[in-house]
Write a protein that binds this ligand. Structure first.
Ligand code: AFP
Length: 349
């Protein structure tokens, strides 16, 4: 029997015999960590459910008349897609009545949703981008959702709006949903990164990528190179360097850029390389949002052994001042991120 065929059969038998579901995996991991309650398992299960519902909408979007824009402009100044709104409502509705969180912050909402009725039992607060890469909705390309979980330490009162903007190092969990050729949920609680693939047959998320480790260096870079003329000299030099031919250091790198941050970072998490949405001359703060894009992905990538930087400092150390704050993001393999920082800070020319 050909080896590939044998491997496929073996893989399906192994999965079939002992598929590790998301809930069992999280519960077992929790049992091993002291002082952790079942609340977090519930929260992750709820994110999984949100992912199933949104994935279902995305699969039927072209048939259900939910492509295109709503005519509204969101807090970021961007045209709201119908699916942005649907994904946001799905997150808010499912978490509102779950009793699992006391506050919600979304890319699609200017103000947070505070849920005093869930406090003090619910100590977690969820910050999320409900549909990342939404320009991909109308052309059947990958999409994602990103989430960050922080905890309210106050026992005397509900957290206020200002207390939702936290430094990345204060996240207790983070992760993303990826809607690609399959639906995946990837998360970390600060003890490594694990990936689950939604099995369409059973409707369960099954462990498919345990303890993901990102290679120290990759061969791929992802950046919107149409913005080249807007970049600082250091960023230009770094990207020029990636394209220079030099067999000994594996250059030139290949470009892979989908317009969906989650998909691009997921590729890099598994295979190595670097994603950049840098600061620009006229917009030094860049495009991406700190609290529900950069911070959670930085936590995931660092937990897998990679790096995440603004170009001048670690993302997770950036002081959070506003809910919708933007930040430059350079994320991926540790050595690649270090090289980018060297060019941006003019340590290399
Ligand atoms: P949305 O989350 O608003 O859909 O934006 C997508 C995104 O934040 C990120 O997923 C992409 O990597 C990036 O923007 C694409 O931006 P450009 O179109 O400027 O390259």
């Amino acid at each position: 029997m050909p080896t590939l065929f044998k491997t496929v059969i073996l893989a399906s038998i192994t999965m079939g015999q002992n598929p590790l579901t998301l809930s069992r995996f999280v519960t077992e991991k929790q049992a091993a960590s002291q002082g952790v309650t079942g609340e977090f398992a519930g929260l992750l299960a709820q994110i999984g459910l949100v992912g199933k519902l949104i994935a279902q909408d995305l699969r039927r979007a072209g048939l259900s008349g939910i492509l295109g824009t709503t005519g509204e402009i969101n807090v970021q100044g961007e045209a709201v897609k119908k699916l942005d709104e649907i994904a946001n409502e799905t997150f808010v509705k499912l978490f509102h009545h779950s009793g699992l969180v006391c506050a919600l912050v979304s890319e699609e909402m200017e103000k947070p949703v505070l849920l005093p009725e869930n406090w003090p039992q619910a100590k977690y607060m969820l910050l999320f981008d409900p549909l990342d890469g939404s320009s991909n909705t109308d052309c059947n390309m990958p999409l994602g959702a990103i989430f960050s979980v922080v905890k309210s330490e106050r026992k005397d009162r509900m957290p206020t709006e200002d207390e939702l903007a936290r430094k990345g190092t204060e996240q207790v969990a983070a992760g993303y949903l990826l809607y690609g050729s399959s639906t995946m949920l990837v998360y970390t609680v600060g003890q490594g990164v694990h990936g689950f693939t939604l099995d369409p047959g059973t409707g369960e998320y099954l462990l498919s990528h345990e303890q993901i480790r990102i290679p120290a260096r990759g061969k791929v870079y992802g950046v919107n190179e149409g913005n080249y003329h807007k970049w600082t000299p250091g960023t230009k030099k770094y990207v020029d360097d990636l394209k220079t031919q030099d067999k000994s250091s594996g250059r030139p790198y290949s470009v892979r850029y989908s317009g969906c941050l989650v998909a691009d970072v997921h590729r890099i998490l598994l295979g190595g390389g670097i994603y950049l949405y840098p600061g620009e001359l006229d917009k030094p703060e860049g495009k991406l949002r700190l609290l529900y894009e950069a911070n959670p992905l930085a936590m995931v990538v660092e937990q897998a052994g990679g790096g995440a930087s603004t170009g001048t400092m670690r993302i997770l150390d950036v002081e959070a001042k506003q809910l919708h704050q933007r930040v430059p993001l350079i994320i991926g393999s540790a050595d690649d991120v270090r090289d980018a920082e060297d060019f941006i800070q003019s340590r290399r020319m």
